[in-house]
Design a protein around this ligand. Structure first.
Ligand SMILES: Cc1cc2nc3c(=O)[nH]c(=O)nc-3n(C[C@H](O)[C@H](O)[C@H](O)COP(=O)(O)O)c2cc1C
Length: 375
């Protein structure tokens, strides 16, 4: 199992950590590194897979060709299973699914609800289907389509997020669909205590974004990681001013200015960003317009909101790729305030497994078998 660095000995790992998710995803430990746009590249994903957990490549911010190269690169770094995160509102989503099938990707993670046809196509090909949901009714909807698992992301989570906190969402999603679907809890997790708490709610594991962003292998520039590390638990805000949908980000002067500006004031920036994103991803104008129309229908957005939605990817890229923390947007979970160092992925996963095992041994009255002291 984990622990080439000796942080966790296999004999000390509590058997309760071998959950049904391990079998489903083909991993050793029930921990997911989520598919964060501009962050979750091949290096992070392969490091996670090698450490025994499930790494998910972010493809929402990649062209089709970039995704193909990224999958190939993960394959050269590891033979272990991994996943790919997809947007469902892009016109080439079917082609991307075919690519994943051809390359033997194990898990299809969806940022928004997929549709029944897409779920069937993935499942027929043997992909594990795992959309992210932020509300109980969304979990019920996708469970009805036959998905294998859901990531139930509570309000404290990073990026686009719902209104219900993890402590309420996880048990309610487990109650609603846990008999049919593997529920992975997300939003606010960073250590072994959280993993045990998630298991207590009936989840089969945890998914973490911000915690993996703040590791040595994440591709985010060091200066930007420092900005995250300096952010307190109260230093985030959920804003709709970036792309029309509630998104949790670090509260910066730029975000405050966007919040104050009327949408007409934000329009020139949105249009410029839409153009830049089109160049970046190779999307054609008709494809973007079709996507905009689909978004209007599915998310009930006005055209100004759709245009603003083009903002998010480029503003996030300015910070997370180009390192311009003040000129861009920094999606984050509130958990950022509980993180103060940048471990390697192997250290992080070994530590979480070790802490969770120690807690479980203590709670089950068999204390002393854990490889670390109780937390
Ligand atoms: C920088 C960043 C980018 C993200 N991008 C995506 C994305 O492209 N697709 C997606 O499904 N979720 C995305 N998310 C949400 C995460 O996948 C995950 O569900 C969330 O971070 C969990 O909460 P936590 O940050 O408290 O761990 C993003 C989150 C962050 C922090």
């Amino acid at each position: 199992m984990t622990g080439s660095d000796g942080l966790s000995r296999a004999s000390d790992v509590h058997p309760a950590l071998r959950t049904p998710f391990c079998e489903l995803a083909g991993v050793d430990v029930p921990i997911v590194q989520t598919g964060m746009g501009w962050v979750a590249g091949p290096r992070l994903v392969a490091a996670t897979a090698e450490a025994g957990a499930l790494g998910i490549l972010a493809s929402a911010t990649m062209t089709f060709d970039q995704l193909e190269r990224a999958i190939d690169e993960v394959r050269t770094r590891t033979e272990r299973p991994f996943g790919v995160n997809l947007r469902t509102d892009v016109d080439d989503v079917g082609r991307r699914v075919d690519l994943m099938i051809d390359h033997g990707v194990r898990v299809a993670s969806f940022a928004q609800a997929p549709n029944p046809a897409l779920v069937s196509r993935c499942k027929e090909a043997g992909l594990v289907v795992m959309p992210t949901v932020g509300a109980r009714r969304h979990a019920e909807k996708v469970a009805g389509w036959g998905v294998d698992a859901v990531i139930a992301q509570g309000a404290e989570g990073g990026g686009h997020t719902g209104a219900v906190p993890t402590t309420l969402l996880a048990p309610s999603v487990v109650d609603a669909v846990g008999d049919r679907v593997a529920v992975v809890a997300a939003g606010g997790f960073f250590d072994g205590r959280g993993l045990v708490a998630a298991l207590a709610y009936g989840s089969v594991g945890i998914a973490m974004g911000t915690r993996f962003l703040l590791t040595k292998e994440s591709r985010v520039p060091d200066a930007v990681k420092e900005r995250y590390l300096a952010t307190p638990v109260t230093g985030t805000v959920v804003s709709t001013a970036i792309d029309g949908a509630p998104q949790r980000v670090i509260r910066t002067d730029l975000v405050d200015r966007l919040e104050r500006a009327p949408w007409v004031g934000r329009l020139p920036r949105a249009l410029a960003n839409a153009h830049a994103f089109r160049r970046e991803t190779g999307a054609t104008l008709p494809a973007l317009l079709a996507e905009g129309r689909a978004m209007r229908r599915s998310a009930d957005l006005s055209w100004p909101q759709v245009i603003m939605a083009a903002n998010a990817p480029m503003m996030t890229k300015a910070a997370l790729v180009d390192g311009r923390a003040d000129a861009g947007v920094l999606p984050t979970g509130q958990v950022v305030g509980s993180i103060d160092e940048l471990p390697t992925v192997a250290e992080l996963i070994a530590r979480i497994v070790s802490e969770a095992s120690a807690v479980l041994w203590r709670l089950t009255g068999t204390g002393g078998r854990g490889s670390v002291g109780t937390t």
